[in-house]
Design a protein. Structure first.
Length: 533
């Protein structure tokens, strides 16, 4: 699976075709990420339509690359810069190919400047929710939208009218005379249709993809879900299944698929939740949403600590925790008399672990996942193994998985093992769990949780001198981080309000005795990675 398109080598094009087959579609859309904090919402909006949206690197993907990929449509995101001062790297020859383009905010300004419009600093800027007025009732981009609608604006620059006779103004807002426009195959909006504050945003993306670009409707997620339910029913018959469940979106979706496949015969299904290196609220989510499931909680803390003793490298710690994970599932499967072990393994997990493509080519192992190639003594059921994160979530939504489970931040399979530097000890696990709980609780309290792609806390190996209660002592340094991302391949450090960060740091040093200092990571990916391990 390609996370971000950077070139169009033969291998890359072959992988795109393979992923089209996985997603059961013949179409692909390119999203050029220009730096907006909302980029990941654009991708999600396209994926929710059942379409394949591939993120493209604007600094490396050129017009000839776009022609090789032959996307149905191109979307340019917003971004934090001005086109007349610090324009983002982008091959403007892409605008001349003839493929429909939807420019959002900065993306709109970029193509407008390309065709001869002036882009200038606005006399009155627009931030927050404003009212947008469409210029006519028959505009295809706004078909089935209200003529007057609420939209989220976030811009300090505006587009001025072009002398090109084919340039058409499609709408305006209070302070922006050209809040939407079209010139031939180029479409643009000054507002952000990807956020929930824009009431008709989903319809605008639907109109662009299907009415303007002519995309074919992909295999509906609900039909994919039913197909998987039918396949599971045929595989399982009257046998028993042991399900590894974590409370994340993938294993939750598999649980609901199995419930439907078993037609109410839930005595054939048992869930196992393995605790020890989990987040502080994972178990609570499982208990809250899976009361219908015969659930066994296995506390493997001591077993994890035993195999992790003396291990300091992230890869060797991943290998060690896999041993316990496999052993627990094997033991519980034998106790239950299960004929299958089910997991929420995604195609992404298989691919990053070094396999997955049916090409015969050598493939690098990015990171060894906890749930791949474990060699169980009984067959595995992995109904999401042909899915990526978004398509798995779409299936979950279609079959009724609660949104709270589907929208939780990604969490690494090895859990707090890779959020702990050096050797994992009981004390470090305790610290990691406490600081994660405070961090996530505060993000949710300030309604910032939904605005970032992922957030976490790391227990570092650094020790600092500190003073608590007028006495000199020493304490552990912990590191908080949060990021904005489209899909995790690249990421920006989230610029959260400084008073908020200060308050969280104060809470952690007050409430966690072992912590002497709190840092906030400001590095982007690259050069940093999202998880330290």
């Amino acid at each position: 699976m390609i996370s971000t398109l950077t070139n169009t080598s033969e291998g890359t094009l072959r992988q795109i075709e393979e992923e089209k087959a996985i997603r059961k579609t013949r179409d692909v859309f390119l999203l050029f990420s220009l730096g907006s904090q909302f980029d990941h919402l654009i991708k999600l909006a396209i994926e929710k339509l059942g379409l394949f949206c591939l993120v493209a690197d604007p600094s490396r993907v050129k017009a000839e690359d776009v022609q090789r990929v032959a996307p149905k449509g191109i979307i340019l995101s917003g971004g934090p810069v001005s086109v007349y001062e610090d324009a983002p790297p982008f091959d403007r020859a892409i605008f001349d190919i003839g493929i429909p383009v939807l420019g959002i905010c900065l993306g709109f300004q970029l193509w407008a400047q390309h065709i001869g419009c002036k882009v200038v600093n606005a006399a009155k800027r627009e931030f927050g929710v404003h009212v947008f007025y469409t210029a006519a009732a028959d505009i295809s981009l706004f078909s089935d939208c209200q003529r007057v609608m609420a939209v989220l604006e976030s811009h300090g620059d505006v587009v001025q009218e072009s002398s090109d006779p084919e340039f058409k103004i499609l709408g305006h807002s209070e302070n922006t005379p050209i809040a939407a426009a079209q010139c031939k195959h180029l479409w643009g909006v000054q507002f952000h249709p990807e956020v929930t504050e824009t009431t008709s945003g989903p319809q605008i993306f639907n109109n662009f993809c299907f009415k303007i670009c002519g995309a074919e409707r992909a295999f509906p997620a609900k039909d994919v879900g039913q197909q998987k339910i039918d396949e599971l029913r045929g595989q399982i018959g009257d046998k028993k299944v042991l399900l590894a469940i974590s409370g994340g979106s993938d294993s939750s979706t598999v649980a609901f698929l199995l419930r439907a496949a078993l037609d109410g015969h839930l005595g054939q299904l048992r869930g196992v939740y393995i605790k020890g290196i989990d987040r502080p609220d994972d178990e609570a989510h499982v208990l809250k949403y899976f009361g219908w499931l015969d659930l066994k909680v296995v506390d493997a803390t001591e077993r994890f600590l035993a195999v992790l003793k003396g291990k300091v490298g992230m890869h060797e710690k991943r290998v060690a925790m896999r041993q316990v994970y496999k052993e627990v599932l094997e033991e519980e499967a034998e106790v239950f008399g299960a004929s299958f072990i089910a997991q929420g393994t995604l195609y992404t997990d298989v691919s990053e672990s070094g396999s997955g493509y049916d090409t015969g080519a050598k493939k690098a192992q990015i990171k060894l996942h906890h749930n791949v190639a474990l060699g169980f003594s009984i067959p595995e059921l992995t109904p999401l193994i042909d899915c990526v994160k978004d398509t798995g979530r779409d299936i979950g939504r279609a079959i009724g998985v609660p949104e709270e489970l589907l929208s939780r931040h990604p969490f690494p399979g090895p859990g707090l093992v890779v959020r702990t530097e050096g050797e994992v000890t009981a004390e470090k696990l305790m610290i990691a769990r406490l600081i994660d709980g405070i961090w996530i609780e505060e993000l949710r309290r300030e309604k910032l949780y939904e605005t970032v792609w992922q957030a976490g806390a790391v227990v570092t190996q650094s020790i600092v001198t500190c003073t608590k209660g007028d006495d000199a002592t020493s304490g552990t340094v912990v590191r908080l981080w949060a990021c904005w991302s489209v899909n995790g391949f690249t990421a920006q450090a989230a610029e959260l309000p400084y008073p908020f960060i200060k308050r969280v740091c104060r809470r952690i040093t007050n409430e966690v005795r072992e912590v002497g200092s709190v840092d906030y990571r400001c590095s982007d990916k690259p050069p940093a990675t999202i998880e330290c391990g």
